[in-house]
Ligand binder design. Structure first.
Ligand SMILES: CC(C)(CO)[C@@H](O)C(=O)NCCC(=O)O
Ligand code: NA
Length: 561
């Protein structure tokens, strides 16, 4: 069976430190399993519904772009759900518990991070009537640049999918003994099936359903948690006295992980790469009935994201109100920060049968909605950018092939989960770093094309390559140089967060390379996209000057806009 109720001893070594109640109260009850199963069944049912209604997914237009007939409300929920996975649900509360509400200021970057896509990227892409966002790169530069863009995107989403599917399964396994690979396979299978059968319509409508489950689960845990902490005012006093309510940190030092500048300004570039030029999102904009509706759906993402952010930050505060500085991590009931939330849920909600199940459904909803969007967008770009230009085929065959591609990406996703299993990092920072390291250069490539008419194809390819090299150099260099401290347990026992900050300050003005390596991961998008633009411009200038002009052949720039 997929779900085992007993622990596999040696496969999960840290379970011995879990201090399991001998009566087994931290295990799932049958109601919890039923609720989890219901989530999978309902998602599957939505997929089947769209497989057998409408055009029955018989054209690529329907499979990839929902016949370009979507309305703004479902689209906005789906846009939010795409990059809101179990990573955010688990990672944000753990971050807020340990370091206070500073991370909440990331909400500031949503303003420009959505206004710019709504008024610059969406109108342009929508009017070009693109089949994939990378087609723009061919219109602006040449086919080679398009293929580079597509391959970079595939890489980004495949890695991200691995993190997305593995995170909830791992946390669940560590805290409840829920079978790790059973959970990975169950979600991978269900998600692949409804995506391959129901196309974008199924993906969007399951996203809507899953968003509701996600918000409900979080809200339920917060309400019960506040009750357990002794009510609202008691909870507030505890988090305030524990120093978890952070004021705005205006420290301009770009190496400090979370300040107003890294989150509010660095975050804008992150948002642009996700909500401006990422195929998963652009596909949704392109599938709306009108351009106005596409812009509206982008606007509507703002309140949805704020609600999601608020719920996950509140969860961290409630956790602090319940545990104070006696974190389960410190007590060694768990082994990593990412297990905190589930431990909290299992610990506090024991007497509320069904609630742990609802929260697990919430976690998996968050991940299913992310992975399904990834499958669909990956199948789309592989078909439209890599296969169709080279092989002519009938519509029926193209649709069948797209469905097969969605299935294949499902298998790749499970394989990636295994790769992530071999690595070990804080999931929230890992996911946001991937966005910055691979999404950042892609953002730079689009900006080079859109804002700099003088850039040419050679410059674009060279710029993208330089951006990716910079990304991996700084990203991996930073990861390795932080290795020792990232393994250490954070100082939970200090009562004041400002004490946590003063420790590293003495060594925080490193020279040369170390300075670059200690750059906050929130600046990765900005750094890498600027690198692409800068190198792209320099190389364009050099090739225009030193090569005969017909050697670079820049294509007419956006004549149709
Ligand atoms: C990407 C943002 C900042 C905005 O959508 C947020 O949803 C987030 O922190 N996501 C983390 C990655 C994830 O949840 O998979
Ligand atoms: Na999601």
């Amino acid at each position: 069976s997929l779900i085992s109720e007993t622990h596999a001893g040696p496969a999960v070594p840290y379970l011995s430190s879990l201090n399991m109640d001998p009566t087994g109260q931290k295990y799932f009850t049958i109601i919890d399993y039923v609720i989890f199963a219901l989530l999978l069944v309902a998602s599957m049912a939505i997929g089947l519904y769209y497989a057998f209604t409408g055009g029955r997914q018989s054209t690529t237009q329907e499979f990839m772009y929902a016949d370009r007939s979507m309305k703004c409300l479902p689209l906005s929920l789906s846009l939010m759900a795409t990059f809101q996975s179990a990573v955010a649900i688990i990672g944000t509360p753990a971050e807020v518990y340990a370091n206070g509400t500073q991370y909440w200021f990331i909400g500031c970057c949503y303003i420009l991070g959505l206004l710019i896509p709504a008024h610059i990227f969406i109108p342009m892409f929508y009017r070009l009537h693109l089949t994939s966002v990378y087609q723009y790169l061919e219109l602006r530069f040449c086919k080679a640049v398009r293929i580079c863009g597509t391959v970079t995107f595939i890489f980004q989403m495949v890695v991200y999918m691995g993190v997305g599917i593995y995170t909830p399964a791992l946390a669940l396994n560590a805290v409840t003994g829920f079978h790790l690979w059973g959970a990975v396979l169950a979600t991978g299978l269900v998600c692949t099936l409804y995506t391959a059968l129901g196309g974008l319509k199924a993906v969007v409508w399951t996203d809507v359903f899953q968003t509701v489950v996600m918000f409900t689960g979080q809200l339920a845990v917060i309400i019960v948690g506040v009750h357990q902490a002794g009510g609202l005012s008691d909870a507030w006093v505890k988090v305030r006295d524990g120093g978890r309510i952070s004021g705005i940190d205006l420290n301009p030092d770009p190496t400090v992980r979370h300040t107003f500048w890294t989150l509010g300004v660095g975050g804008v570039f992150l948002m642009l790469s996700l909500y401006g030029v990422n195929q998963a999102q652009v596909q949704r904009y392109l599938s709306s009935r009108t351009e106005k509706e596409a812009v509206m759906s982008c606007y509507m993402v703002f309140p949805c994201l704020q609600v999601a952010l608020m719920l996950s930050c509140l969860m961290g505060l409630v956790m602090f109100a319940c545990y104070g500085n006696n974190s389960p991590l410190e007590q060694q009931y768990i082994t990593s920060k990412d297990q905190m939330v589930l431990y909290f849920v299992m610990d506090m909600l024991q007497n509320f049968p069904g609630l742990p199940g609802l929260f697990v459904a919430c976690l998996f909803s968050a991940s299913l909605s992310t992975i399904s969007s990834a499958f669909n967008s990956l199948a789309t770009v592989t078909m439209v950018d890599l296969i169709k230009p080279h092989y002519s085929m009938t519509e029926a065959r193209a649709t069948l092939l797209s469905k097969m591609l969605a299935l294949s990406y499902g298998i790749i996703c499970v394989a990636m989960a295994y790769v992530v299993h071999l690595m070990n990092s804080s999931v929230l920072q890992a996911a946001l770093s991937i966005f910055g390291m691979v999404g950042g250069p892609l953002l730079g490539l689009f900006c080079l094309g859109i804002f700099f008419p003088c850039a040419n194809s050679i410059g674009a390819v060279a710029g993208l390559a330089a951006g990716l090299v910079m990304a991996f150099w700084v990203g991996i260099g930073g990861f390795l140089s932080r290795m020792p401290s990232s393994v250490q347990v954070l100082p939970f026992n200090s009562t004041n967060t400002s004490e946590n900050i003063t420790v590293p300050i003495s060594t925080s003005i490193p020279a040369g390379l170390n300075g670059l390596y200690s750059l906050s991961y929130m600046w990765y998008s900005a750094l890498n996209s600027s690198t692409v633009v800068l190198i792209g411009l320099i190389i364009s200038f050099m090739t225009e000057t030193f090569l005969p002009s017909n050697a670079v052949s820049p294509v007419e720039h956006e004549t149709s806009v």
